[in-house]
Design a protein around this ligand. Structure first.
Ligand code: GLA
Length: 389
């Protein structure tokens, strides 16, 4: 929905002219499950956006409507739910709590959310909504925060309110993505570099349509296994605090002393960190064969060592390799379903999309959604309220 249509809907609902904030979803090119190990990631913000229209109210209430869900919510600001109510408002309420904990006095507001980011596809619909909500609430409260801080608050809303122990990658790239670029992020220091994508490639995202119900539990389990790896490795490397501090050679030297599962998880993480750095070099040098090789290795490692792929993701990856324009492919995001990311030669993107959809349907009986995307800019205010100076 365009910003002006959203503004019209908002005006019809609340009789006011809104400020509109747009926050994108993301796709990760490489660097999977490394963010919560203080490692490196390489995501892009994509042109699937959550838009939030907001205007202040003077009755100290937070009134929330959605373009996608019928329920709406009306909370007194001083009595926001302290726990998730298991509805779409949870991500927004969580962010309101985090802003308040940050010392931002909230104003009453009417808010209308309209999100185009597919839900449950691993393209960070939650992070987009959280980042958008944070910027929208800051705008009506006439406050601002640095974008990396906004990303941290969105992450904290997930960690402490929603109780999902996710890393910083998704909200960070939703805040700081740049059009036509991937963002190479160091998840420990939060320093980053925007790396131009080769203009001859398009990002083609293939949705297996599998939503894994237990993904949250498995995700938290992987985190624990990584922490256990760090504890065990401290015996030889007492100064490490995360797998980020362990090189592939360090791990190799003692891997025989680790239980197999822990060894496999750690091996994925330490090599995946190296792959992100190599991928960054390959992008900068437009070394397309190296990109494809690194993505293939990443997928195999996620499948065999980290064990977060699933049959449908593996099938989607295998089908892609033989199709026109193929330049690299792997599963993307947390795993157990969701999407693959494919680098495809731009003139062949439509052909690739049609052929992979047909091939996947023939193989699985399921019609996949295939999205041809561009890397887009991070969250921003799209229109200012004209009544304000
Ligand atoms: C999910 C989480 C991210 C990251 C990825 C895996 O998307 O939200 O923080 O851990 O999984 O790379």
């Amino acid at each position: 929905m365009s910003p002006s249509t959203l503004a019209d809907r908002f005006a019809a609902l609340f009789g006011a002219t809104p400020t509109i904030v747009a926050a994108p979803g993301r796709v990760n090119l490489i660097g999977e499950h490394t963010d919560y190990n203080d490692g490196f990631v390489m995501p892009c913000a994509i042109d699937f956006t959550a838009r939030i229209a907001i205007a202040p109210r003077n009755d100290k209430r937070l009134v929330l409507h959605s373009g996608e869900f019928p329920e709406h919510f009306d909370f007194p600001l001083d009595r926001l739910p302290e726990k998730p109510v298991h509805a779409w408002c949870d991500n927004l309420v969580g962010v309101a709590h985090m802003l308040r904990a940050e010392g931002i006095p909230l104003s009453g507001a009417s808010l209308l959310l309209h999100s185009k980011v597919p839900i449950g596809a691993g393209l960070s619909s939650s992070a987009a909504v959280e980042v958008g909500t944070a910027l929208a609430l800051l705008a009506v409260s006439q406050r601002s925060l640095p974008l990396p801080r906004v990303a941290q608050l969105a992450q904290r809303a997930e960690n402490t309110f929603i109780n999902a122990q996710v890393g910083i990658m998704d909200p960070f790239v939703s805040c700081l993505g740049e059009a036509g670029h991937a963002l190479q992020l160091d998840c420990r220091s939060l320093t980053f570099d925007s790396v131009p994508l080769p203009p001859q490639l398009r990002l083609v995202i293939c949705n297996t349509m599998v939503k894994h119900k237990h993904a949250g539990g498995e995700y938290n389990l992987r985190r624990k296994e990584c922490e256990e790896g760090v504890e065990l490795l401290k015996r030889w490397y007492p100064n490490i605090t995360a797998l980020r501090d362990v090189s592939p050679a360090d791990l190799e030297a003692h891997s025989a002393n680790l239980p197999k599962i822990i060894r496999d998880r750690c091996t994925h993480i330490v090599r995946e960190n190296d792959r992100v750095l190599a991928f960054g070099r390959a992008l900068r040098g437009a070394d397309l064969p190296a990109l494809a090789k690194l993505m293939r290795e990443s997928h195999a490692s996620l499948r065999d060592l980290y064990q977060v792929s699933c049959r449908e993701l593996d099938q989607m990856v295998e089908l892609a390799e033989h199709l026109p324009g193929f330049r690299g492919c792997r599963m993307t995001g947390g795993g157990f379903g969701g999407c693959t990311i494919n680098l495809i030669e731009a003139p062949l993107a439509e052909t690739f999309a049609a052929e992979i959809a047909a091939a996947y349907r023939q193989k699985t009986g399921v019609r996949p959604d295939v999205y041809i995307c561009s890397a887009t800019r991070g969250a921003h205010v799209e229109t200012a309220d004209p009544s304000k100076p």
